[in-house]
Design a protein around this ligand. Structure first.
Ligand code: D5M
Ligand code: FE
Ligand code: ZN
Length: 596
């Protein structure tokens, strides 16, 4: 063997050893003689880890499952004689295995049923080390969630092996449980509007009433009085008020000037830039019009008929308590949160979708991934299931299915591959054939009859669903774009930070009159009146996972690659990463279905 070949052999050998894979010298030769042996080695290592029956020995039978034309052609060229030599099973009379596997003893001792899987990729190794041996998750018992970027990096990377037929029977635990769900909040059928001015007025009053009630319920705001009461003072006075932001700006000295409004009047408030608690300055930087706030400080009545002004060094939003304890279920089941599949679009990533569905059916992945899949009892589609028609200029050019009904036929076909024991909720986004303004009703039956017949539950948006005790707030996320444009420090690439701001102000679309269309209905459906146990959005097409005061936050990314429309907004979508949350622990497991 020349030096170069020997080097190649060693490199390949090392890769297999490091991955805990046994192979015969003949097999090593066979791989070394392929055109690009190192790349093929990586591919083999990656793919065998998803073969549920793989027991650590690289045989011809196993090689036949590798999805690579050159390997398959080379295998076909082998004569029967070579085949005998190549096959580990037939050559095991001679001890030709050259890789001393650290765990070979375990391997030979494991029964067929509990075959040892070699978790190969770095991601898997890390996750394996972090896991408790029975569950794969990203958090240990602690509730300190990792940053979304880290989670994306660590997201399980899956490469399905079409031919990886399991000899094990797939027994999803979710099949053993009945559905236990309730739709707690759904605007469908309750949001008719004439669109006149009175309705906008009623909506604003209802928003004020709901938000001020939430603020007062916080307990530490009881000292607040109405604005007209404050303005009546003729002497300097310590006071507190609750009001909606009517104006907010920085003065030329860098201090903050606000006007707050309640049902009795308006008051001007100054917060100096050099106050002790600089967190308040940060909060001010993220404060926008129409948000409800509490301030306390000193009121100075105006002299000679001038309007009085308040000097404050404390400002808070309604927020959620730091020690909030979300409900969990006692059943070991999970919920999967997706959105923005955009079926009908040329950019719909059907391959990624098919891998996701294979995963749900227990057809890809190792034992651990199949365990994760087997726990999934609920699937939420948070809007933009189909691409729709006429949603944005020139959309026609991006469509492969140009008819709404046909888009739904395709959607129905794809969703019917999802196991029956998984309940699907389908909520309306801005691409669905309903009105664009939020809140939105469920998609009318005439479009989605095939889905309904398949057991899909169509709901409006926003909505709250309860699955085994756990309340998920489902909001497509239309306002995230406005928030990101208005608030310095927020951007589309990190939707989790923006979701936190929505929870802090307890409103899903705090600002009026920007891109987010809000329907004038007499009740404000966008107030986050109850703290959810999970908060789910989509729309930005960028995956994110995190938490805020123990509430898991999920932006579900998409199954659509970049369109020219998105390009024009500088959006770089992250298709094919799917968040799954255990209902009994609220631990997240994002799974990346892309090829890496
Ligand atoms: O939204 C697709 C992507 O484009 C998503 O990232 C939001 C973004 N988007 C949509 N409309 C706008 C406007 N008007 N400005 C900025 N960014 C936008 P989809 O709802 O799937 O079409
Ligand atoms: Fe979308
Ligand atoms: Zn959308």
């Amino acid at each position: 063997m020349n030096e170069l070949n020997s080097e190649k052999h060693n490199l390949i050998l090392k890769k297999f050893v490091d991955s805990g894979i046994n192979l015969t010298p003949f097999m090593l030769d066979f791989i070394s003689n392929l055109n690009d042996p190192v790349a093929f080695t990586d591919q083999i290592i990656r793919e065998v880890s998803f073969i549920p029956t793989f027991n650590g020995h690289l045989t011809k039978h196993i090689l036949k499952t590798i999805s690579n034309e050159e390997i398959q052609k080379a295998l076909n060229r082998l004569s029967m004689k070579e085949e005998l030599t190549l096959s580990y099973e037939t050559s095991n009379k001679r001890d030709t295995t050259i890789i001393p596997l650290e765990n070979s003893k375990n391997l030979s001792e494991t029964s067929d049923k509990e075959q040892k899987h070699h978790i190969i990729s770095k991601d898997f190794k890390k996750i394996k080390a972090e896991s408790d041996g029975t569950k794969v998750h990203f958090q240990e018992s602690s509730k300190s969630y990792k940053s979304p970027e880290k989670i994306v990096k660590e997201a399980l990377r899956i490469r399905p092996t079409e031919s990886a037929k399991s000899s094990l029977i797939y027994k999803p635990i979710a099949k053993e449980y009945s559905f236990e769900y309730d739709v707690l909040k759904d605007p469908t059928g309750k949001i008719y509007t004439k669109g006149d001015y009175d309705e906008f007025y009623e909506l604003t009053i209802d928003k004020f009433n709901q938000l001020s009630k939430l603020m007062k319920n916080r307990g530490d705001t009881l000292s607040a009085t109405t604005i007209n009461n404050v303005l009546r003072n003729t002497k300097s006075q310590e006071i507190a008020v609750i009001g909606m932001v009517n104006e907010i700006r920085k003065t030329k000295n860098g201090n903050y000037f606000l006007t707050l409004e309640d049902k009795t009047g308006k008051i001007n408030v100054i917060i100096r830039k050099d106050i002790e608690d600089q967190e308040i300055i940060k909060t001010l930087g993220r404060t926008i019009l129409d948000q409800m706030i509490f301030v306390d400080g000193t009121y100075n009545p105006g002299e000679n008929g001038k309007k009085g002004i308040m000097f404050s060094n404390n400002l808070t939003k309604i927020d959620i308590p730091q020690d909030f304890q979300p409900e969990v279920s006692s059943e070991p089941l999970s919920i999967t949160l997706i959105s923005d599949t955009h079926i009908g679009s040329k950019e719909f990533e059907e391959d990624l979708w098919n891998r996701f569905v294979m995963f749900l059916n227990g057809k890809i992945g190792n034992k651990k991934l199949r365990e994760i899949a087997g726990k999934i009892k609920y699937l939420v589609i948070n809007g933009d299931l189909i691409d729709g028609i006429g949603v944005y200029p020139m959309q026609e050019e991006d469509l492969i299915i140009k008819d709404l009904y046909h888009q739904y036929e395709k959607a129905s076909e794809l969703l019917s591959e999802i196991p029956d024991y998984i309940k699907i909720f389908y909520s309306s986004g801005n691409h669905e054939p309903v009105r664009n303004a939020i809140p939105r009703p469920a998609v009318p039956k005439k479009y989605v009859e095939p889905l309904i017949n398949n057991g899909v539950k169509c709901i409006g948006n926003p909505a709250v669903i309860k699955t085994h005790n756990v309340k998920t707030l489902v909001f497509h996320g239309d306002s995230l774009i406005d928030m990101n444009q208005l608030i310095p420090g927020l951007d589309n690439n990190n939707p989790i930070e923006t979701m936190k701001e929505l929870l802090i102000c307890r409103h899903l679309a705090p600002i009026f009159g920007k891109k987010t269309q809000i329907a004038p209905v007499n009740k404000d459906w966008l107030v986050i009146d109850k703290i959810p146990d999970i908060f789910h959005t989509g729309h930005v097409h960028i995956f994110g996972m995190g938490d805020y005061n123990n509430v898991p936050l999920v932006n579900s990314g998409c199954f659509q690659s970049q369109t020219d429309f998105m390009k024009s907004f500088g959006i770089h979508p992250t298709p094919g990463i799917v968040p799954i949350i255990e209902l009994n622990t609220l631990n997240p497991s994002p799974i990346d279905f892309k090829n890496h």
